[in-house]
Design a binder for this molecule. Structure first.
Ligand code: FES
Length: 107
């Protein structure tokens, strides 16, 4: 299992355990993490699974696809350099301990 930390806008930290190959969004949903809406169900068409990856680990992740990059233009909170869509990130073992920051809102 891979341990992930989700940090809410108020600083509260919640842990989630993910399996290799699971999406970040799926792991968060299974752990009951608040802050994602995921209106499109993980199909990269809503941008309501916006999150911020801790910058020092961002470059370890796969680059976002063209579709993800396009959807990141529609986030409720302006995207930042370390913005990603949680439904598009596949969790792998090397991500153990990754910190994921939630935006203040998804709409
Ligand atoms: S859940 Fe809709 S874009 Fe990720």
């Amino acid at each position: 299992m891979i341990k992930l930390f989700f940090i809410q806008p108020d600083g509260a930290i919640r842990e989630a355990m993910a399996q290799n190959g699971q999406t970040l969004l799926s792991a968060a949903q299974e752990a009951g993490i608040d802050g994602f809406v995921a209106e499109c169900g993980g199909n990269c068409t809503c941008a309501t699974c916006h999150c911020f990856i801790e910058p020092e680990h961002l470059k370890e992740l796969f680059e976002p696809s063209e579709e993800e990059k396009a959807m990141l233009a529609f986030t409720a909170i302006p995207r930042e350099e370390h913005s990603r869509l949680a439904c598009q990130i596949v969790v792998e073992y090397f991500m153990d301990g990754l910190r994921v920051y939630l935006p203040e809102r998804q709409f």
